[in-house]
Design a protein around this ligand. Structure first.
Ligand code: SF4
Length: 349
């Protein structure tokens, strides 16, 4: 059993990294200017909880102005021919990536004396583009530092064999681990339809198989407390996680950002997102039912308060983690306590 697990009751990501590298190691989250097929391809505006920040690192939020998305060009370029406009857009993205990484490095060194960095393409769907575009962006971003890991967040329906081959090709003596973070969110198909995820559980399992064949590590994102979900739906999600057996999981509490479709459903009283007490119960319940060796990268969301409609009575991240661990200790609870061994794992022969 890893030492970090014994101390923390669940296998925390911070402890995992400390154990692995023996020095402060942090991610540099980057908005690389990708978009998302679920927002842009006439799929009714994306997931019902999606706001227009698409998950952005805290230290990039001072203006929250975002950056040019794929295919979006400055108005002054409207009269230029398409190839010139695309080239201009690519140059703007590269400049932004350069600035974000160097700003992130400077922040991490100053705040944590962290010289070991992980490149994290975080915002939107970072495999949504042509193979040439992906290569150009990845090459450029990875050149900015001696990153020890490369992490790409995306959707299950934005993974295919060609893209997985490209991602796997970045493994080297310096970049020891490559991860893809996939949004599963729920193991219940009706929920996936209701929140307009635009993919199925099977699509997620297929993407995992393609990535795993190439030695790419998997982190699954799940949301606990989605509308109309209770413990039986949570069990479906836990069951999918057990079957996929990812190296890591990110647990999010349900956040309702303003000006999203979920926000209007919330205003109509159609559901109530879990407050802190309920999310602690859900998280403990969930942790007990997934294997002990899965790294827990996150247990709570951090949408900035000025964009968050609900839940409003929720402690800061540190206090949530403290309460969670206290309650786990009191209950004699720990990750994997009730996890059962599934017969078949996704991506295994
Ligand atoms: S996959 Fe992410 S970026 Fe795309 S619509 Fe859903 S929440 Fe938004």
């Amino acid at each position: 059993m890893p030492w970090e697990f014994v101390i923390n009751l669940y296998r925390s990501y911070t402890s995992y990294l400390k154990n692995l590298y023996g020095q402060p190691t942090y991610r540099i989250g980057v908005d690389a200017g990708f978009s998302c097929p679920n927002r842009d391809c006439n799929r009714f505006g994306g997931c019902t909880y999606c706001d227009d920040m698409g998950a952005t690192a805290v230290y990039h939020r001072s203006t929250e102005s975002g950056m040019a998305k794929t295919g979006q060009v400055n108005q002054s370029l409207m009269k230029e021919d398409v190839s010139t406009a695309k080239e201009h857009s690519m140059q703007m993205r590269k400049q932004s990536i350069y600035e974000q990484i160097h700003k992130g490095k400077e922040f991490l060194v100053r705040r944590y004396r962290a010289h070991n960095h992980i490149l994290y393409l975080q915002s939107y769907s970072n495999t949504f583009g042509s193979i040439d575009e992906l290569r150009e962006i990845y090459d450029h971003a990875l050149k900015q530092d001696d990153f020890v890991e490369f992490v790409i967040a995306t959707r299950p329906d934005c993974i295919n064999e060609e893209i997985a081959d490209l991602i796997a090709s970045y493994k080297s003596d310096t970049i020891k681990d490559i991860w893809v973070e996939l949004g599963l969110q729920s193991g219940n198909e009706q929920t996936l339809t209701a929140i307009n995820r635009g993919h199925t559980v099977a699509a997620c399992e297929k993407a995992v198989g393609i990535l795993r064949e190439r030695g790419i590590k998997i982190s699954l994102h799940v949301i606990l407390g989605l509308p109309l979900e209770g413990y039986s739906e949570l069990e479906e999600t836990a069951s999918v996680v057990r079957a996929i057996a990812p190296e890591a999981v990110k647990i999010h509490n349900l956040h309702v950002p303003i000006r999203t479709r979920m926000y209007y459903q919330y205003q109509l009283g159609e559901f109530n997102p879990p407050a802190q007490r309920r999310h602690i119960s859900y998280t403990i319940w969930f942790l007990e039912r997934i294997p002990a060796d899965i790294i827990i990268q996150r247990v709570v969301c951090d949408t900035p308060s000025h964009r968050l409609a609900a839940p409003v009575r929720f402690g800061a991240k540190g206090s949530f983690v403290h309460q969670l661990q206290k309650e786990m200790e009191e209950r004699g609870s720990y990750q994997g306590r009730l996890s059962i061994e599934d017969e078949h794992h996704v991506g295994e022969a």
